[in-house]
Design a protein. Structure first.
Length: 52
């Protein structure tokens, strides 16, 4: 069975999906996390968790 993984964040009353990929291993790859972080920053948010 294939599994999809979503990386996102909550924005007020909405959810912003930053990246979606097919999960093949238990560990999320660094490249997938880097892409989500880049998209988070491009959306106008700080790159570190908890900052705006």
């Amino acid at each position: 069975m294939k599994r999809l993984e979503f990386v996102g964040t909550a924005l007020d009353d909405r959810i912003l999906v930053l990246h979606c990929f097919q999960k093949k291993t238990r560990k999320t790859s660094d490249s997938d996390l880097a892409l989500a972080t880049k998209r988070y920053a491009r959306a106008g948010f700080a790159s570190r968790k908890g900052e705006r």
